[in-house]
Design a protein around this ligand. Structure first.
Ligand SMILES: C[S@@+](CC[C@H](N)C(=O)[O-])C[C@H]1O[C@@H](n2cnc3c(N)ncnc32)[C@H](O)[C@@H]1O
Length: 281
């Protein structure tokens, strides 16, 4: 692998990846309904060859494998622990039309004109050079092949993120990442996403607004959900590691205050805003 996306590799093969492995079930409950919207767009035939970009712990790759029972799916990701988890799940479920590869889709070589479809659930916003990455994706798809992914719109439309960051920022100095820098909200501007795909050689680009409620920390009490919320942020965890316990407790109490109106029997129910993006090669 080339010397690119280093910070992302450190994060996703380090604390970030470890966290996602432990919390896979909860993350899947939150993200499944959104990923399914993007998957439905592909209208997969059961003999299709599919690429799952930034597949993480493999929930979507496993679903796709079932849908393409006479085809095959390849999950690619830079996270070693998340891919390990994905491989274990596939093995335990005896799914054979699936493979997982450690691949940086921006820089690593992928087979040319190979896939009928490329898909991603929140795995395409972390590239240092998105155009290079989408060119690479494009060359791996067959002529007229189709791409579909889901990504977040701006944080203010996603209170699961914006509310908590406001709270945490009132206690800790956490930096605001520059607009478009690699991270969950890199693709918040519709025009920017369009421009990237156009420059990468995609056509028939459609970017659809999707507003949908999502459940975080399913089944948890308000206190447990707020504690877990704080724990999922690796930057905050690192900053709080040498702080007195009282500071952590204060932040959790403030999070409980702002989250209380979203707490329902089955966890935190938040509105969300995503882009459903499709394009053809
Ligand atoms: C937000 S997680 C989503 C994981 C998974 N798609 C899901 O929905 O559960 C983002 C994923 O993108 C992967 N990723 C980030 N940069 C990547 C790159 N350059 N190439 C491949 N995967 C990458 C991360 O390792 C991580 O697994």
């Amino acid at each position: 692998m080339e010397d690119k996306n280093i910070k992302q590799k450190e994060f996703w093969s380090g604390k970030g990846g470890d966290y996602w492995v432990v919390k896979q079930n909860e993350m899947d409950i939150m993200l499944n309904p959104l990923g399914n919207q993007a998957l439905t767009k592909l209208n997969l035939s059961n003999d299709a060859k599919v690429l799952d970009i930034g597949c993480g712990c493999g929930a979507t790759t496993l679903s796709i494998a079932k849908m393409v029972s006479h085809g095959e799916v390849t999950g690619v990701d830079i996270s070693v622990p998340m891919l390990q988890q994905a491989k274990t799940l596939a093995k335990n479920k005896n799914i054979n039309n699936i493979e997982f590869k450690v691949t940086d889709v921006q820089v690593d070589e992928m087979p040319t004109n190979n896939y009928d479809f490329a898909f991603s659930r929140f795995g395409v916003m972390f590239f240092e050079d998105p155009v290079q990455a989408f060119r690479n994706i494009s060359q791996s798809i067959k002529e007229n092949g189709m791409l579909s992914f889901v990504c977040w719109q701006e944080p203010s439309l996603n209170p699961w993120q914006s509310l908590s960051i406001q709270v945490i920022k009132s206690y800790l100095e956490i930096p605001t990442p520059p607009l478009r820098s690699p991270g969950p909200f890199a693709f918040q501007e519709k025009e920017y996403v369009h421009e990237i795909l156009e420059k990468s050689g995609f056509s028939n680009i459609k970017i659809e607004d999707n507003q949908q409620d999502i459940t975080m920390f399913s089944g948890k009490s308000l206190k447990d959900a707020s504690e877990d919320y704080l724990a999922i942020n690796p930057v905050v965890t690192e900053m709080l590691k040498d702080s007195p316990e009282s500071l952590r407790s204060e932040i959790i109490t403030s999070l409980m205050d702002v989250f209380s109106e979203y707490h329902k029997d089955n966890g935190l129910l938040f509105p969300s805003a995503t882009w459903l993006v499709t394009a053809n090669k």
